[in-house]
Design a protein around this ligand. Structure first.
Ligand SMILES: *[C@@H]1O[C@H](CO)[C@@H](O)[C@H](O)[C@H]1NC(C)=O
Ligand SMILES: *[C@@H]1O[C@H](CO)[C@@H](O)[C@H](O)[C@H]1NC(C)=O
Ligand SMILES: *[C@@H]1O[C@H](CO)[C@@H](O)[C@H](O)[C@H]1NC(C)=O
Ligand SMILES: *[C@@H]1O[C@H](CO)[C@@H](O)[C@H](O)[C@H]1NC(C)=O
Length: 442
């Protein structure tokens, strides 16, 4: 349009053309500059994109790697998990089996503790309970519970203690000993002295002196206090056997001093006696329960009671109302029984040598005052016998040998043979706790 404008003046026209050219050039240059700027920014954008792409690829690569690692980790974790599960299962099984073992041990322990609280024997009706109020009570583990082993196991000399006892018994000073001890009680006394080896035996109730004889036969070094108010034996037994040893002090007849009236404090102070190693043998038909408690307070550790009658039995009024067996068994003496049971270490009744069934041919009737076994006894309240000749041939041989040695009759038909083997009063051993010296002789 400018070009077709009227050329009025050539100089003016040139000027115009020149101006036009300048403008065009300017525009062109401007265009060139602009487009070159734009091309620059495009390639840098591409560059950036490429960089970004590389970065992304790199990141992707890394992710891939990480992913691989993760996959690898997951596998590892799975393996570890499986292993843990296995371990856990095994541990669980172990725990279960341990818990089963613990349960079994607990039930065994209960059985053992029941077994300790309760003693049963094969083919024997009695059950011994470590509990008051039962027909047969025991406490702890007295050596009387091991009478069979102690009497029948061969000793170093090849003999048994029973062989030794039979020799002693055969030579007893009074073969009948009408109102005194026979085989069962002599065995109980002999074993106690042999086993306990007391420094002193105090015998309360000497009578014929046969029990003194067994004490001395069991130990020739122990001191004996032989206590009896009477000068002569009862039951027409003739002369008393008196120990010739000066280790036996005769508190008899005019020199009688009751066991509780002895000057304990003075004797202990002078070290003439040691209550801790003193054995008291009660055979005096006095109040056994009170005397047991009294000698306990003197610091004596071991007591034997000979006339340990059952509930409702007894030769004297006191025998019927004071024996440890009565106190430990009868509900009417529950307080006494509880006190006794809880203040002693052991209580055990010496078992009879043979069961009463061995006297099945004897015509002897049951004595209401007790003291003798008969074949019809129920045996629910006496300990299992040492020998069972009724069940065992070897025991039968031991019994027959003993009977032959003592010139007695194995059928126990004659009165003396019957009395020798069936006289049984639940002779017992009681052990006390050691008495603290601060409580003695105050
Ligand atoms: C005392 O007893 C022991 C054992 O029983 C015996 O070996 C000893 O000979 C006895 N001593 C006397 C003097 O009797
Ligand atoms: C006890 O009496 C007997 C017989 O008389 C005698 O041998 C013994 O020595 C007496 N005991 C004491 C300690 O005197
Ligand atoms: C006791 O008897 C023994 C031997 O029998 C004798 O050695 C001792 O001296 C006697 N003791 C007393 C105090 O008489
Ligand atoms: C009583 O003891 C005294 C002194 O030891 C003695 O002389 C006397 O013979 C004893 N009496 C009897 C019966 O043993």
């Amino acid at each position: 349009m400018v070009l077709v404008s009227k050329p009025k003046n050539t100089t003016g026209g040139l000027k115009a053309i020149f101006g036009l050219l300048t403008v065009v050039t300017f525009l062109f240059c401007n265009y060139i500059i602009t487009s070159s700027n734009e091309s620059n920014s495009l390639s840098s954008s591409i560059q950036r994109l490429e960089n970004t792409n590389r970065d992304l690829e790199k990141a992707n690569e890394e992710l891939k790697k990480k992913n691989e690692n993760l996959v690898y980790d997951i596998d590892e974790l799975r393996d570890a998990n499986e292993k843990l599960q296995n371990d856990l299962r095994n541990k669980n099984q172990e725990l279960e089996s341990m818990s089963r073992q613990v349960q079994q041990q607990q039930s065994e322990a209960t059985q053992v503790s029941n077994a300790v609280r309760q003693k049963k024997w094969d083919n024997w009706p009695a059950v011994a309970y470590e509990q008051v109020g039962k027909p047969l009570v025991f406490k702890g583990d007295s050596f009387y519970n091991h009478a069979r082993e102690l009497y029948f196991q061969p000793q170093s000399n090849g003999q048994t203690l029973f062989d030794e006892f039979l020799n002693v018994y055969k030579d007893r000073p009074d073969p009948v000993n009408m109102c005194g001890i026979r085989i069962n009680h002599a065995m109980a006394l002999f074993l106690a002295v042999k086993h306990l080896q007391p420094s002193l035996v105090i015998e309360s109730g000497v009578n014929q002196g046969v029990s003194t004889y067994f004490i001395r036969a069991a130990s020739n070094t122990t001191k004996i206090f032989a206590i009896d108010p009477k000068e002569k034996p009862i039951c027409d037994q003739g002369e008393r056997w008196i120990d010739q040893s000066n280790l036996t002090v005769n508190y008899t007849g005019e020199n009688f001093t009751d066991i509780l009236d002895l000057d304990w404090k003075s004797m202990v102070d002078k070290k003439e006696i040691d209550p801790d190693s003193t054995l008291v043998f009660l055979d005096d038909h006095l109040h056994a329960f009170k005397r047991i408690a009294s000698v306990m307070k003197l610091g004596v550790r071991h007591v034997l009671v000979e006339d340990n009658y059952k509930n409702g039995e007894g030769a004297t009024r006191l025998d019927r109302n004071s024996t440890p067996k009565q106190m430990l068994s009868a509900s009417k003496w529950k307080k006494e029984g509880d006190w006794l049971f809880n203040n002693i270490v052991t209580y055990a009744e010496f078992p009879p040598l043979i069961p009463p069934i061995m006297a099945k041919e004897s015509p002897e009737p049951k004595k209401s005052r007790g003291g003798f076994m008969v074949a019809t006894d129920l045996n629910e309240d006496i300990a299992h016998p040492i020998l069972r000749p009724d069940l065992n041939e070897d025991d039968m041989k031991l019994f027959k040998d003993a009977v032959a040695k003592l010139d007695l009759d194995p059928t126990l038909v004659d009165r003396n043979s019957y009395m020798q083997f069936m006289n049984y009063n639940q002779f017992c051993h009681i052990e006390f706790l050691p008495m603290p010296p601060s409580l003695l002789y105050q």
